[in-house]
Design a protein around this ligand. Structure first.
Ligand code: TYD
Ligand code: ZN
Length: 400
Protein backbone atom coordinates (compact mmCIF):
# COMPACT_ATOMS: atom_id res chain seq x y z
CA UNK A 1 0.00 0.00 0.00
CA UNK A 2 1.38 3.38 -0.97
CA UNK A 3 1.42 6.02 1.73
CA UNK A 4 0.69 9.60 0.90
CA UNK A 5 2.23 11.15 4.00
CA UNK A 6 4.79 10.67 6.80
CA UNK A 7 3.99 7.96 9.33
CA UNK A 8 5.33 10.07 12.14
CA UNK A 9 3.92 13.55 11.51
CA UNK A 10 1.73 13.33 8.36
CA UNK A 11 4.13 15.69 6.54
CA UNK A 12 4.85 15.51 2.78
CA UNK A 13 7.24 12.86 1.50
CA UNK A 14 10.01 13.47 -0.98
CA UNK A 15 11.62 10.62 -2.94
CA UNK A 16 15.32 10.00 -2.36
CA UNK A 17 15.84 6.85 -4.40
CA UNK A 18 13.73 4.26 -6.14
CA UNK A 19 15.17 0.73 -6.34
CA UNK A 20 12.35 -0.68 -8.48
CA UNK A 21 10.26 -3.76 -7.66
CA UNK A 22 11.95 -6.04 -5.15
CA UNK A 23 11.16 -9.36 -3.48
CA UNK A 24 10.90 -9.76 0.30
CA UNK A 25 14.31 -10.30 1.89
CA UNK A 26 13.78 -12.77 4.72
CA UNK A 27 11.84 -15.52 3.03
CA UNK A 28 14.27 -17.73 1.13
CA UNK A 29 12.36 -19.88 -1.38
CA UNK A 30 12.91 -23.59 -1.89
CA UNK A 31 13.51 -24.88 -5.44
CA UNK A 32 9.84 -25.44 -6.27
CA UNK A 33 8.87 -21.93 -5.13
CA UNK A 34 11.31 -20.28 -7.52
CA UNK A 35 9.68 -17.63 -9.63
CA UNK A 36 6.67 -17.34 -7.34
CA UNK A 37 8.15 -14.54 -5.24
CA UNK A 38 5.98 -11.45 -5.22
CA UNK A 39 7.72 -8.16 -5.83
CA UNK A 40 6.79 -4.76 -4.44
CA UNK A 41 8.02 -1.22 -5.13
CA UNK A 42 10.96 -0.19 -2.96
CA UNK A 43 11.32 3.58 -2.69
CA UNK A 44 13.19 5.53 -0.05
CA UNK A 45 11.70 8.88 0.92
CA UNK A 46 12.26 11.62 3.45
CA UNK A 47 9.60 13.64 5.24
CA UNK A 48 9.86 17.33 4.46
CA UNK A 49 8.60 18.29 7.90
CA UNK A 50 10.18 15.96 10.47
CA UNK A 51 12.96 14.50 8.26
CA UNK A 52 12.18 10.88 9.11
CA UNK A 53 13.56 8.71 6.30
CA UNK A 54 11.03 6.02 5.39
CA UNK A 55 9.55 3.84 2.65
CA UNK A 56 6.43 5.09 0.97
CA UNK A 57 5.18 1.66 -0.11
CA UNK A 58 4.25 -0.48 2.88
CA UNK A 59 4.12 -4.25 2.59
CA UNK A 60 1.96 -5.47 5.47
CA UNK A 61 4.00 -6.97 8.35
CA UNK A 62 1.65 -9.98 8.18
CA UNK A 63 3.21 -10.83 4.81
CA UNK A 64 6.76 -10.50 6.12
CA UNK A 65 7.29 -11.68 9.67
CA UNK A 66 5.23 -14.81 10.46
CA UNK A 67 7.69 -17.04 8.55
CA UNK A 68 11.09 -15.48 8.95
CA UNK A 69 14.47 -17.00 8.10
CA UNK A 70 16.69 -14.62 10.08
CA UNK A 71 18.26 -16.17 13.20
CA UNK A 72 20.32 -13.98 15.56
CA UNK A 73 22.19 -17.03 16.82
CA UNK A 74 23.64 -17.67 13.34
CA UNK A 75 25.95 -14.64 13.71
CA UNK A 76 28.32 -15.06 16.64
CA UNK A 77 29.39 -11.39 16.62
CA UNK A 78 25.73 -10.43 17.00
CA UNK A 79 25.37 -12.70 20.03
CA UNK A 80 28.46 -11.07 21.57
CA UNK A 81 27.05 -7.61 20.77
CA UNK A 82 23.75 -8.48 22.48
CA UNK A 83 25.54 -9.83 25.53
CA UNK A 84 27.59 -6.63 25.80
CA UNK A 85 24.39 -4.61 25.53
CA UNK A 86 22.90 -6.52 28.44
CA UNK A 87 26.11 -6.00 30.44
CA UNK A 88 25.93 -2.25 29.72
CA UNK A 89 22.36 -2.09 31.02
CA UNK A 90 23.37 -4.03 34.13
CA UNK A 91 26.23 -1.65 34.94
CA UNK A 92 24.50 1.60 34.11
CA UNK A 93 20.95 0.94 35.21
CA UNK A 94 21.39 -1.47 38.06
CA UNK A 95 19.67 -4.48 36.54
CA UNK A 96 20.22 -7.48 38.76
CA UNK A 97 19.12 -10.96 39.69
CA UNK A 98 15.33 -11.05 39.65
CA UNK A 99 14.93 -7.94 37.42
CA UNK A 100 12.11 -8.30 34.91
CA UNK A 101 13.03 -7.74 31.27
CA UNK A 102 10.91 -7.71 28.12
CA UNK A 103 12.75 -8.26 24.84
CA UNK A 104 10.69 -6.94 21.94
CA UNK A 105 11.63 -8.58 18.65
CA UNK A 106 13.45 -11.25 20.63
CA UNK A 107 14.10 -13.44 17.58
CA UNK A 108 15.61 -16.77 18.71
CA UNK A 109 16.06 -15.55 22.30
CA UNK A 110 19.80 -14.84 22.05
CA UNK A 111 19.65 -11.82 24.45
CA UNK A 112 17.24 -13.59 26.78
CA UNK A 113 19.52 -16.62 27.09
CA UNK A 114 22.16 -14.31 28.49
CA UNK A 115 19.71 -12.51 30.78
CA UNK A 116 18.62 -15.87 32.10
CA UNK A 117 22.23 -16.79 32.84
CA UNK A 118 22.42 -13.61 34.91
CA UNK A 119 19.38 -14.67 36.93
CA UNK A 120 16.93 -12.15 35.45
CA UNK A 121 13.36 -12.92 34.48
CA UNK A 122 13.02 -12.54 30.74
CA UNK A 123 10.06 -12.58 28.40
CA UNK A 124 10.31 -12.32 24.60
CA UNK A 125 7.86 -10.96 22.03
CA UNK A 126 8.33 -12.12 18.46
CA UNK A 127 6.01 -12.50 15.46
CA UNK A 128 8.03 -15.19 13.62
CA UNK A 129 6.29 -18.50 14.37
CA UNK A 130 9.30 -20.60 13.36
CA UNK A 131 11.67 -18.50 15.47
CA UNK A 132 9.39 -18.46 18.52
CA UNK A 133 9.56 -22.24 18.34
CA UNK A 134 13.38 -22.11 18.32
CA UNK A 135 13.44 -19.79 21.34
CA UNK A 136 10.97 -21.96 23.27
CA UNK A 137 13.10 -25.01 22.56
CA UNK A 138 15.92 -23.13 24.27
CA UNK A 139 13.73 -22.73 27.36
CA UNK A 140 12.82 -19.07 26.79
CA UNK A 141 9.36 -17.78 27.65
CA UNK A 142 7.88 -16.17 24.55
CA UNK A 143 4.74 -14.36 23.43
CA UNK A 144 4.05 -14.84 19.73
CA UNK A 145 2.88 -11.68 17.98
CA UNK A 146 3.62 -8.09 17.06
CA UNK A 147 4.22 -5.70 19.94
CA UNK A 148 1.27 -3.30 19.81
CA UNK A 149 -0.61 -1.31 22.42
CA UNK A 150 -3.20 -4.09 22.43
CA UNK A 151 -0.62 -6.82 23.07
CA UNK A 152 1.08 -4.62 25.69
CA UNK A 153 -2.21 -4.51 27.62
CA UNK A 154 -2.41 -8.31 27.60
CA UNK A 155 1.24 -8.63 28.67
CA UNK A 156 0.72 -6.07 31.43
CA UNK A 157 -2.31 -7.95 32.77
CA UNK A 158 -0.41 -11.23 32.92
CA UNK A 159 3.14 -10.15 33.77
CA UNK A 160 2.86 -6.65 35.27
CA UNK A 161 5.52 -3.96 34.68
CA UNK A 162 9.11 -4.47 33.50
CA UNK A 163 12.35 -3.01 34.85
CA UNK A 164 13.87 -2.99 31.39
CA UNK A 165 12.66 -3.25 27.80
CA UNK A 166 15.03 -4.19 25.01
CA UNK A 167 14.27 -3.47 21.35
CA UNK A 168 17.30 -4.18 19.22
CA UNK A 169 17.25 -3.43 15.50
CA UNK A 170 13.50 -3.85 15.35
CA UNK A 171 12.01 -0.34 15.52
CA UNK A 172 12.65 0.05 11.79
CA UNK A 173 10.27 -2.90 11.35
CA UNK A 174 7.34 -1.17 13.08
CA UNK A 175 4.66 0.42 10.90
CA UNK A 176 2.62 2.21 13.57
CA UNK A 177 5.29 3.93 15.64
CA UNK A 178 2.85 5.82 17.86
CA UNK A 179 0.93 2.69 18.80
CA UNK A 180 4.25 0.95 19.56
CA UNK A 181 5.34 3.77 21.89
CA UNK A 182 1.99 3.73 23.68
CA UNK A 183 2.56 0.03 24.30
CA UNK A 184 6.02 0.77 25.71
CA UNK A 185 4.58 3.31 28.14
CA UNK A 186 2.10 0.72 29.40
CA UNK A 187 4.64 -1.93 30.40
CA UNK A 188 7.65 0.16 31.49
CA UNK A 189 7.99 0.41 35.30
CA UNK A 190 8.14 3.98 36.73
CA UNK A 191 11.92 3.78 37.13
CA UNK A 192 12.40 1.32 34.27
CA UNK A 193 14.67 1.77 31.28
CA UNK A 194 14.18 1.07 27.61
CA UNK A 195 17.24 0.10 25.59
CA UNK A 196 16.69 0.79 21.91
CA UNK A 197 19.19 0.21 19.13
CA UNK A 198 18.64 1.20 15.51
CA UNK A 199 20.74 1.54 12.36
CA UNK A 200 21.95 5.15 11.93
CA UNK A 201 20.52 6.60 8.72
CA UNK A 202 23.29 9.21 8.59
CA UNK A 203 25.88 6.43 8.36
CA UNK A 204 23.80 4.62 5.76
CA UNK A 205 23.65 7.71 3.56
CA UNK A 206 27.30 8.70 4.02
CA UNK A 207 28.66 5.22 3.47
CA UNK A 208 26.23 4.51 0.62
CA UNK A 209 24.93 1.37 2.32
CA UNK A 210 21.88 1.19 0.10
CA UNK A 211 21.60 -2.54 0.77
CA UNK A 212 20.08 -1.68 4.17
CA UNK A 213 17.00 -0.58 2.25
CA UNK A 214 14.34 -3.28 2.09
CA UNK A 215 10.62 -3.61 2.70
CA UNK A 216 10.77 -4.61 6.33
CA UNK A 217 12.81 -1.53 7.16
CA UNK A 218 9.88 0.86 7.10
CA UNK A 219 11.83 3.67 8.87
CA UNK A 220 15.50 4.78 8.96
CA UNK A 221 16.30 6.71 12.12
CA UNK A 222 18.72 9.41 13.17
CA UNK A 223 19.21 10.53 16.75
CA UNK A 224 17.02 13.55 15.93
CA UNK A 225 14.04 11.56 14.61
CA UNK A 226 14.33 9.01 17.41
CA UNK A 227 14.39 11.76 20.04
CA UNK A 228 11.32 13.39 18.52
CA UNK A 229 9.40 10.12 18.54
CA UNK A 230 10.25 9.33 22.16
CA UNK A 231 9.62 12.84 23.41
CA UNK A 232 6.22 12.96 21.77
CA UNK A 233 5.35 10.05 24.01
CA UNK A 234 6.78 11.55 27.16
CA UNK A 235 9.92 9.39 27.19
CA UNK A 236 13.30 10.98 27.88
CA UNK A 237 16.55 9.78 26.37
CA UNK A 238 18.95 9.56 29.31
CA UNK A 239 21.90 8.27 27.34
CA UNK A 240 22.76 8.10 23.64
CA UNK A 241 25.69 6.16 22.19
CA UNK A 242 27.02 5.37 18.76
CA UNK A 243 28.53 2.02 17.85
CA UNK A 244 29.85 0.54 14.60
CA UNK A 245 27.42 -2.40 14.51
CA UNK A 246 25.62 -3.10 11.19
CA UNK A 247 27.68 -0.37 9.52
CA UNK A 248 26.82 2.24 12.19
CA UNK A 249 24.17 2.14 14.90
CA UNK A 250 22.66 4.34 17.58
CA UNK A 251 21.84 2.94 21.00
CA UNK A 252 19.69 4.96 23.35
CA UNK A 253 18.54 4.41 26.90
CA UNK A 254 15.26 6.13 27.74
CA UNK A 255 13.11 6.50 30.85
CA UNK A 256 9.86 8.09 31.82
CA UNK A 257 12.02 10.92 33.12
CA UNK A 258 15.67 11.96 33.47
CA UNK A 259 18.54 14.02 32.07
CA UNK A 260 20.36 13.35 28.84
CA UNK A 261 24.00 12.51 28.20
CA UNK A 262 25.31 11.48 24.82
CA UNK A 263 28.65 10.28 23.60
CA UNK A 264 31.02 12.76 21.99
CA UNK A 265 30.66 11.29 18.52
CA UNK A 266 27.24 12.93 18.20
CA UNK A 267 28.52 16.38 19.09
CA UNK A 268 30.52 16.82 15.90
CA UNK A 269 27.34 16.51 13.89
CA UNK A 270 25.13 18.86 15.81
CA UNK A 271 23.48 21.52 13.72
CA UNK A 272 24.24 19.74 10.47
CA UNK A 273 21.35 17.45 9.67
CA UNK A 274 21.38 15.72 6.30
CA UNK A 275 19.89 17.74 3.50
CA UNK A 276 18.72 17.45 -0.10
CA UNK A 277 22.28 17.51 -1.44
CA UNK A 278 23.34 14.55 0.71
CA UNK A 279 20.40 12.50 -0.49
CA UNK A 280 21.06 13.42 -4.12
CA UNK A 281 24.69 12.42 -3.84
CA UNK A 282 23.66 9.17 -2.17
CA UNK A 283 21.31 8.29 -5.03
CA UNK A 284 24.02 9.07 -7.60
CA UNK A 285 26.57 6.89 -5.83
CA UNK A 286 24.10 4.02 -5.64
CA UNK A 287 23.72 4.23 -9.42
CA UNK A 288 27.52 4.24 -9.81
CA UNK A 289 27.82 1.22 -7.55
CA UNK A 290 25.39 -0.72 -9.74
CA UNK A 291 27.29 0.14 -12.91
CA UNK A 292 30.65 -0.90 -11.46
CA UNK A 293 29.30 -4.04 -9.85
CA UNK A 294 27.84 -5.20 -13.16
CA UNK A 295 31.05 -4.32 -15.00
CA UNK A 296 33.02 -6.51 -12.58
CA UNK A 297 31.05 -9.60 -13.63
CA UNK A 298 31.32 -8.74 -17.29
CA UNK A 299 35.09 -8.45 -16.97
CA UNK A 300 35.36 -11.70 -15.04
CA UNK A 301 33.10 -13.88 -17.18
CA UNK A 302 34.13 -17.52 -16.85
CA UNK A 303 35.77 -17.04 -13.45
CA UNK A 304 34.48 -18.86 -10.39
CA UNK A 305 32.71 -16.33 -8.21
CA UNK A 306 30.95 -17.18 -4.95
CA UNK A 307 29.37 -15.14 -2.17
CA UNK A 308 29.78 -15.29 1.59
CA UNK A 309 26.72 -14.40 3.68
CA UNK A 310 23.09 -14.41 2.63
CA UNK A 311 21.85 -11.46 4.70
CA UNK A 312 18.76 -9.48 3.80
CA UNK A 313 21.04 -6.78 2.45
CA UNK A 314 22.42 -9.17 -0.20
CA UNK A 315 18.90 -9.63 -1.52
CA UNK A 316 18.58 -5.89 -2.12
CA UNK A 317 22.08 -5.58 -3.54
CA UNK A 318 21.80 -8.50 -5.99
CA UNK A 319 18.26 -7.78 -7.14
CA UNK A 320 18.95 -4.10 -7.65
CA UNK A 321 22.16 -4.85 -9.58
CA UNK A 322 20.56 -7.68 -11.57
CA UNK A 323 23.18 -10.28 -10.63
CA UNK A 324 22.07 -13.90 -10.28
CA UNK A 325 23.14 -17.51 -10.55
CA UNK A 326 24.75 -17.05 -13.96
CA UNK A 327 27.31 -14.79 -12.29
CA UNK A 328 27.53 -16.21 -8.76
CA UNK A 329 27.60 -19.99 -8.33
CA UNK A 330 26.63 -20.22 -4.67
CA UNK A 331 26.42 -18.31 -1.43
CA UNK A 332 27.65 -19.61 1.91
CA UNK A 333 25.72 -18.85 5.10
CA UNK A 334 25.65 -20.18 8.67
CA UNK A 335 21.85 -19.85 9.13
CA UNK A 336 20.16 -23.24 9.44
CA UNK A 337 16.82 -21.93 8.14
CA UNK A 338 18.41 -20.67 4.90
CA UNK A 339 19.99 -24.01 3.93
CA UNK A 340 18.81 -25.75 0.78
CA UNK A 341 17.06 -22.55 -0.24
CA UNK A 342 17.85 -19.85 -2.79
CA UNK A 343 18.31 -16.08 -2.74
CA UNK A 344 14.91 -14.39 -3.28
CA UNK A 345 14.55 -13.00 -6.80
CA UNK A 346 17.96 -14.05 -8.10
CA UNK A 347 17.90 -17.74 -7.10
CA UNK A 348 21.53 -18.32 -6.18
CA UNK A 349 21.68 -21.48 -4.03
CA UNK A 350 22.65 -21.14 -0.35
CA UNK A 351 24.94 -23.72 1.23
CA UNK A 352 26.56 -24.38 4.59
CA UNK A 353 30.01 -23.21 5.57
CA UNK A 354 31.57 -26.69 5.17
CA UNK A 355 31.37 -26.13 1.42
CA UNK A 356 34.14 -23.55 1.74
CA UNK A 357 36.69 -26.33 2.02
CA UNK A 358 35.65 -27.90 -1.27
CA UNK A 359 35.66 -24.86 -3.52
CA UNK A 360 38.46 -22.91 -5.09
CA UNK A 361 36.86 -19.69 -6.27
CA UNK A 362 38.66 -16.88 -8.04
CA UNK A 363 36.56 -14.35 -6.12
CA UNK A 364 34.54 -14.46 -2.92
CA UNK A 365 32.19 -11.50 -2.37
CA UNK A 366 31.50 -10.73 1.26
CA UNK A 367 27.82 -9.78 1.37
CA UNK A 368 27.82 -9.81 5.19
CA UNK A 369 30.38 -6.97 5.04
CA UNK A 370 29.27 -5.72 8.47
CA UNK A 371 31.05 -8.73 9.99
CA UNK A 372 34.23 -8.37 7.93
CA UNK A 373 36.47 -8.27 11.01
CA UNK A 374 35.30 -11.72 12.02
CA UNK A 375 34.73 -13.27 8.61
CA UNK A 376 37.75 -12.18 6.54
CA UNK A 377 40.32 -14.04 8.73
CA UNK A 378 38.11 -17.13 8.54
CA UNK A 379 37.99 -16.92 4.73
CA UNK A 380 41.72 -16.34 4.53
CA UNK A 381 42.32 -19.45 6.58
CA UNK A 382 40.11 -21.74 4.55
CA UNK A 383 40.15 -20.45 0.97
CA UNK A 384 43.15 -20.83 -1.38
CA UNK A 385 45.63 -17.95 -1.35
CA UNK A 386 44.66 -17.14 -4.93
CA UNK A 387 41.04 -16.32 -4.01
CA UNK A 388 40.38 -12.59 -3.89
CA UNK A 389 37.96 -11.40 -1.24
CA UNK A 390 35.76 -8.52 -2.32
CA UNK A 391 34.07 -6.19 0.15
CA UNK A 392 31.21 -4.13 -1.27
CA UNK A 393 31.00 -0.39 -0.46
CA UNK A 394 34.65 -0.07 0.41
CA UNK A 395 35.29 2.93 -1.78
CA UNK A 396 31.86 4.52 -1.71
CA UNK A 397 31.25 7.43 0.63
CA UNK A 398 29.51 10.75 0.27
CA UNK A 399 30.52 14.15 1.64
CA UNK A 400 28.69 15.95 4.40
P1 TYD B 1 23.07 -9.62 9.11
O1 TYD B 1 24.19 -8.81 8.66
O2 TYD B 1 22.88 -9.75 10.57
O3 TYD B 1 21.81 -9.01 8.58
P2 TYD B 1 20.69 -8.59 7.59
O4 TYD B 1 20.00 -9.86 7.21
O5 TYD B 1 19.87 -7.73 8.48
O6 TYD B 1 21.27 -7.84 6.43
O7 TYD B 1 23.16 -11.07 8.48
C1 TYD B 1 24.36 -11.74 8.44
C2 TYD B 1 24.20 -13.02 7.66
O8 TYD B 1 25.48 -13.59 7.51
C3 TYD B 1 23.33 -14.05 8.34
O9 TYD B 1 22.55 -14.71 7.37
C4 TYD B 1 24.33 -14.99 8.98
C5 TYD B 1 25.52 -14.90 8.06
N1 TYD B 1 26.84 -15.12 8.69
C6 TYD B 1 27.64 -16.15 8.21
O10 TYD B 1 27.26 -16.87 7.28
N2 TYD B 1 28.86 -16.35 8.79
C7 TYD B 1 29.33 -15.58 9.81
O11 TYD B 1 30.46 -15.80 10.29
C8 TYD B 1 28.50 -14.51 10.28
C9 TYD B 1 28.96 -13.60 11.37
C10 TYD B 1 27.25 -14.30 9.69
ZN1 ZN C 1 7.30 13.53 9.25
Amino acid sequence: MKQQSCRLCKGRLQTILSLGDMPLVNYFPIEKEIGQERKYPLTLCVCRSCSLVQLDYIVSPDKIFPVYHYESGASKPLVVHLEQMVEGAITMFGLKKGSKVLDIGANDGSSLMYLKKKGMKGLGVEPGKNIVKLARERGIQMVEGFFTKKLAKTIHKKHGLFDALFATHMLANVVDLHDFMEGIKLVLAPKGVIVLEVGDVEEMIQKVQFDAIYHEHYSYFSLASLTKLLEEHGLKIVRAEKNPFHGGSIRIFAKHDGFKTQDSRFKKREGRPLGKKNYQEFAEKVGEFRKEFRAFFKKNKGKIIVGYGAPAKAVTLLNYCGIGKKEIQLIIDTTTAKQGRVMPGVHIPIVFEEKLREIKPDYCILFAWNYKKEIVPKLQRVLPKTTKIIIPHKKYTTKR
